[in-house]
Design a protein around this ligand. Structure first.
Ligand SMILES: [Zn+2]
Length: 249
């Protein structure tokens, strides 16, 4: 047995028992990995919708158990921070909220197409260089609510046909639901990391098969999936929450 291997085993033993709040536990990281793997398997069509559903439910049940929800605060306007810095909801949410079309959505079936259970939030970027035309700076994506980062994609390539680009999944244990932030340029968070509402998690971009095309205006695609008591994800409209959210300068 090499020294490296012994050190590795020791490290695993130490980190499994770690309860320091600032570091994610080994258990939490494992659930994050499972969450990502299910998405990947669905995308690559190597798992049936039924198996994916069951694996997802089991994993969400485990995740729920990690968080004590008795410390949750009430859900009012102070709970939310608008996810695009320095933009007003009324000026930036696509179609004044009419872009939300949940019918037919199925997280576990790649064959189902045509729904858009999300809102697109647009910035001023006429030349589509991912730089704000007013400030000449990148636009920060902020956590809409507090939660734990479950999975991220950071390595989308411009010739990839994957549609979400560089995305982030965050689980909010108090809302008991999942937020999906897509088309980012730079992702600045890691799986297992806790973020508070208003924390910077990314910079807006044009990543993703369709979002990268010249005809597409630069935007954030924000989806929220509320979990049923059985741990199944169902789209929920976040329009009212966004309209009452605080705008961060
Ligand atoms: Zn969208």
């Amino acid at each position: 047995m090499t020294i490296k291997r012994v050190t590795g085993i020791l490290l695993i033993i130490i980190t499994s028992g770690w309860t320091n709040e600032s570091l994610p536990s080994a258990k939490l990281l494992e659930y994050c990995n499972v969450f990502r793997q299910i998405q990947v398997d669905v995308r690559d069509c190597v798992i049936s919708p039924d198996s994916a559903t069951r694996a997802f439910q089991e994993n969400m049940k485990n995740l729920r158990a990690v968080f004590a929800r008795d410390s949750c605060r009430s859900i009012d306007s102070t709970y939310f921070v608008f996810p695009v810095r320095c933009y007003l909801p009324a000026e930036s949410i696509g179609g004044r909220g009419r872009g939300y079309r949940p019918d037919g959505f199925d997280l576990f079936d790649m064959e189902v197409k045509g729904s858009h259970p999300a809102h697109d939030i647009f910035i001023r970027d006429k030349d589509k260089d991912q730089i704000d035309d007013r400030t000449w700076k990148p636009v920060d994506i902020l956590a809409f609510t507090s939660g734990v980062v479950l999975a991220v994609e950071k390595d989308w390539q411009y010739d990839s046909d994957r549609r979400g680009g560089n995305w982030i999944w965050i689980y909010d244990p108090c809302l008991d639901g999942l937020f999906y932030y897509a088309h980012n340029n730079v992702v600045e968070v890691q799986p297992g990391q806790w973020v508070n509402a208003g924390d910077k998690i990314a910079e807006m971009g044009r990543s993703g098969y369709n979002a990268y095309k010249k005809r597409s205006p630069t935007h954030l695609h924000l989806m929220f999936l509320k979990l049923t008591p059985e741990g199944l994800p169902e789209p929920q409209n976040t329009y009212d929450w966004m309209m009452m959210a605080a705008v961060k300068e």
